[in-house]
Design a protein around this ligand. Structure first.
Ligand code: PHE
Length: 358
């Protein structure tokens, strides 16, 4: 092997470096495709490329020379890397433009805003109602929407041939025979959950039972075949209607965030005795009389009463020891009153202009 003098070695390194830079730049100008680009990038700047070779030769020169040579090498490396980067970006842009022209894809076009859903006004209100009753110590129960005729009627003291059946005509699902649970109906009210809850948990009880109910009737601005109710049931020792008055006054005042007055009128429901209707003071006119309360100063709100002994019996509760009250109100009524909605059919219309207001 010919031993080169130091000066010669140094000179050769510099020449090699100059040639490398010139070659690399020349190549860079000539290439046409990204594949060719990748090739020369590896050839000159790769881990085992020509520039790396020169860096390796640094081990064979003196520390003083190394300083100068190191600087030259680094300058060359930076220069080449910048040039290569620019070329790469040019290729990238061309690629993008090519694929864009193929796909008709405009990246400057504003993105499509995802449609955000929201909770239906009735469910928002139901949550509020549940929260208030929960705070007052009530549990929340569910029952089936397709109910046996027994729970919907007989268990609630509405015998088959009783005229009270006509109050709530429903949709019958099945009519096989006359056995207790064989006929199914779409429940006409949430009251059947009263009996189910009594059977399942016994006394004492403090529950509300919200849910969807159905009636076979023609619809108009204040009647729908499908609507929502909240049932309430309190069973314990020494329960009176005074407790009902207290609970409902408290509930309505919390819901409307102002003092609400309630009053009772007699009302008929076969599953309570005595039966009541509860009204509350109109919040819009504060009792003076307006369009919403039909000038009476009162809003008709719900049915209620002391649970009938036949219902307690059906629920397996000992009437000698326990008694209680029940109530049932309509969610749509409440929402209509609260937000000044004049047509009940809007709730299920699917009209987004209506839904999006809440
Ligand atoms: N279930 C009755 C209705 O739908 C309301 C009600 C519930 C009345 C509980 C009294 C007691 O009209």
């Amino acid at each position: 092997m010919i031993r080169l003098s130091r000066v010669a070695f140094n000179k050769i390194m510099k020449e090699k470096l100059n040639k490398l830079v010139a070659d690399a730049l020349k190549n860079l100008k000539e290439i046409k495709t990204i594949e060719e680009f990748r090739e020369i990038e590896i050839k000159f700047l790769g881990r085992k490329g020509e520039l790396a070779e020169l860096f390796k030769m640094m081990g064979q020169i003196t520390p003083e020379e190394r300083k100068e040579m190191g600087q030259l090498l680094n300058e060359a490396k930076n220069k080449l890397e910048t040039e290569f980067k620019q070329m790469f970006e040019k290729f990238e842009k061309e690629e993008l433009e090519k694929s864009l022209s193929k796909e008709f894809f405009d990246i400057t076009y504003p993105a499509i805003k995802p449609e955000k859903g929201s909770i239906h006004i009735l469910m928002q209100l139901q949550k509020e109602v549940e929260d208030i009753f929960s705070e007052m110590g009530f549990a929340i129960m569910d029952g089936p929407e397709i109910e046996s005729e027994y729970y919907n009627f007989e268990g609630l003291n509405i015998p088959k041939d009783h005229p009270a059946r006509d109050m709530q005509d429903t949709f019958f699902i099945k009519d096989k025979n006359d056995e207790k649970h064989s006929r199914l109906v779409l429940r006409t009210h949430t009251s059947p959950v009263q009996v189910r809850t009594m059977e399942k948990y016994g006394a004492p009880l403090k529950v509300i039972m919200p849910g969807r109910v159905f009636r076979n009737e023609s619809t108009d601005a204040s009647h729908e075949h499908t609507f929502n109710q909240v049932e309430g049931l309190l069973i314990d020792k020494d329960i009176s209607i005074a407790h009902l008055k207290g609970v409902m006054t408290e509930f309505l005042s919390r819901l409307f965030k102002k003092e609400v007055i309630v009053r009772f009128r007699p009302g008929y429901f076969p599953f309570v005795e005595p039966g009541l209707e509860l009204d509350f003071s109109c919040l819009l006119c504060e009792g003076k009389g307006c369009r919403v309360c039909k000038n009476s100063g009162w809003i008709e709100f719900m049915g209620a009463g002391m649970v009938h002994e036949n219902v307690l019996k059906a629920g397996g509760i000992d009437q000698a020891e326990y008694q209680g009250w029940a109530f049932g109100f309509g969610m749509e009524r409440l929402a209509m009153m609260r937000y000044g909605i004049t047509d009940i059919r809007l709730f299920t219309s699917g009209d987004l202009r209506f839904i999006k207001q809440f």
